[in-house]
Design a protein around this ligand. Structure first.
Ligand SMILES: C[S@@+](CC[C@H](N)C(=O)[O-])C[C@H]1O[C@@H](n2cnc3c(N)ncnc32)[C@H](O)[C@@H]1O
Length: 314
């Protein structure tokens, strides 16, 4: 059984009035003695910050239609879902949180905890984000879709889910994404920026901090833009940056207004971008056109299926 932490240990946590300390102990954010380590402090701060965005959206849905559904992709231990339920849903008779997580053991643990706490309107589905679209338990229209630090392309699959289900709101904290960087590397080698015969990711000039050698005679010169992702670190970071730009355009193309901010100060996490999207109208052909032009300019048409599939394919 969780024990009651001493008040001095909690003084600097800025907890919400009525926030359950027992829950924080169950989630191992607080120790039994009420202490908190740096990682947990960071997690708590992130979740609290996100709840400030999420709760007004849920409140709005509850007022408008008397119910609200949040689907959290790549939920992990469901810190967000549990704290949201504790703070916002527990005292109400409507509203539910559904956590989707690929690791079955995390789902089982979360289910057991929700049952122990009596959080009856928390549900968990053991599935990948990709599988979620075809899952019978998820044939619903969520008000809000979240994906926080969902690995690699799981964020993109969460966007696809939100678009297919016409979610009113989407809230994303992307994790690293390798797909665009890999396509940039392939594009670079196709353009002749690599010495012939060397794999794109292993060439000497990529690891040395020097300009790439001139392409051998007869091969096309690399496009000037490719200097932006000439070196491995730049390719990764540029790929990550472009990925989020493409995600925003994709959401805009589907009629969402998109805001991008920092989640918390940089000292708390390197992956710190928060994308908040709200459905405001019909699909925007202009945004889709910009997305396609960007893919073309960067030599990434192979990613059209990911970010701008033909309208009838979404
Ligand atoms: C870094 S953790 C983040 C967990 C939680 N969202 C949070 O912010 O605390 C990423 C989680 O996403 C899950 N995950 C990764 N890829 C997934 C996918 N394709 N479908 C569902 N879950 C996935 C992992 O198993 C892991 O639990």
């Amino acid at each position: 059984m969780p024990t009651k932490p001493s008040p001095p240990a909690l003084a600097d946590l800025d907890l919400h009035p009525g926030q359950s300390l027992a829950l924080l102990q169950e989630l191992h954010i607080l120790t039994r003695e009420g202490r908190i380590n740096q990682d947990s402090r960071r997690k708590l701060k992130q979740v609290k910050h996100l709840l400030q965005f999420i709760e007004p959206l849920l409140q709005q849905a509850l007022q408008q239609r008397g119910d609200v559904t949040l689907v959290d992709h790549g939920a992990g231990k469901s810190y967000l879902g549990f704290m949201l339920y504790d703070r916002f849903l527990q005292g109400r008779s409507a509203g539910r949180v559904i956590g989707i997580e690929a690791r079955a053991e995390l789902v089982q643990r979360a289910q057991a905890l929700a049952q122990r706490l009596g959080f009856a309107r928390m549900e968990f589905v053991a599935a990948t984000v990709q599988q979620a679209l075809d899952h019978p338990a998820l044939a619903l229209r969520p008000d809000l879709v979240t994906a926080l630090h969902a690995c690699d392309t799981a964020t993109d699959d969460a966007i696809a889910f939100a678009l297919a289900r016409q979610a009113q709101h989407v809230l994303l904290v992307p994790c690293c994404q390798a797909e665009v960087a890999a396509a940039l590397r392939r594009h670079k080698s196709l353009q002749g920026a690599q010495p012939s015969g060397a794999p794109a990711h292993e060439t000497a000039h990529e690891t040395a901090d020097e300009p790439a050698p001139e392409p051998a005679g007869g091969r096309p010169a690399p496009a000037p833009l490719s200097a932006l992702w000439q070196r491995p670190l730049h390719t990764r970071e540029f790929g990550s940056h472009i990925t989020n730009v493409l995600r925003c355009l994709q959401l805009e193309a589907h009629g969402y207004a998109v805001t991008v901010t920092e989640l918390v100060g940089w000292e708390h996490s390197m992956k710190n971008e928060l994308i908040v999207a709200r459905k405001v109208g019909a699909p925007q052909p202009r945004a889709r056109q910009r997305l396609l032009e960007l893919l073309h300019t960067l030599g990434l048409p192979e990613l059209q299926q990911r970010f701008a599939p033909p309208p009838d394919a979404t």
